[in-house]
Design a protein around this ligand. Sequence first.
Ligand SMILES: [Zn+2]
Length: 445
Amino acid sequence: MSNSTSNTPSTSEVTSTATKAFRGEILHFLADPAKVAEEESYQYFEDGLLLIKNGLVVAVGNATDLLATLPVGLEVTQYDNGLIMPGFIDTHVHYPQTEMIASYGAQLLEWLENYTFPEEKQFSDFEHGKRVAEFFLTQLLDAGTTTALVFGTVHKESVDAFFTIAQQKKLRMICGKVLMNQNCPEDLQDTTESGYTDSKALIEKWHNTDRLQYAITPRFAPTCSTEQLQKAGELLKEYPGVYLHTHLSENKNEIAWVSELFPDSDGYLDVYDKSNLLGRRSVFAHGVHLHDHECQRLSETNSAIAFCPTSNLFLGSGCFNLKQAEEFDVNVGLGTDIGAGTSFSMLTTLNEGYKTQQLRGDKLSPFKSFYLATLGGAVALDLEGTIGNFTKGAEADFIVLDYQATPLMARRIARCKTLTEKLFVLSILGDDRHVKATHIMGEKV
Ligand SMILES: [Zn+2]
């Protein structure tokens, strides 16, 4: 365990009344455990202290070292029998699908037709969007998720509603209006032109407002004409720093449909590549059935995949090949993909992620799991240094996991001898009940 280093703050940094200190067991990641020696990938402090000033991390380290630097009288919040770690990051989720979670019996294309499209029609109503956004964001925070990359619907009102509520809660959130102008119900279609102008207006209004950022959001290749995808590429060029968020190679019938619709493309990813949609801030959900040359292309463009195990199992899409992504050095984050995903909880998502790798005959180590849920998500979203770990200057969104929230967890944790074991047990038995506290910019919510 690398627990010897700590950034020692100067005395002036901790004299402000806006300084907060939290003491307890602390874990955060510094690198991908698959890329460096595992013990180099994280910092763990059995009795640690997290120091925050004006919502940003000032220092993290051993409590005994840091306590001596604190001004007299500064209150220290103690969290016992738990683990303080950065807030979880959900790199692919649909807020408008919150109320249709657990819809029975379909794979991707029928599921969209039968459940998703009818549900999304309601989001032309700004007030409806706000009500669902309020519930959705509360669910995320209860589950310990503090940042997400979120689909709206085709209606610009859906994004206005989402950002309005996220702004009130002071959250770091990324969202976008869906682009879809073909192969979906007519009353849910935009046009190449209206999709472009609505997205542009939303970018101007919301991107980099407080902690909010915008993602240009083509639903997926089948529902977008080539013209619409190209216009999305133009928009991306016009607004550097804006995200691109879409779906990729989730389901075999979907992939076959894409090759029929775009016969000139060399595979699914190439449809997006031809419209210049790949890049450092491009996130593709799923990528369950990728060819090596596609992984190569994702890697060289620094694009990311959102690995969504509960959704991939629920829709029978398949098991994501994490090993292949690692071999090609593709950025990977974790996604719940609500409402095809079956839980808001990133812990539950880790549980099913582990099982998908077991089915492949591969291992998902507990360190890699918690890396993916925190720093891995930040890297996928190009937000390393801003969120995802306790590096100095990072935004202090963090959670406290509770080892004793349930009798079974308490009993099982009591038998654990190593951090590795404890993390694995948390990832297999944990859910939203095991999130004792969620802090946004240092404030408990
Ligand atoms: Zn999705």
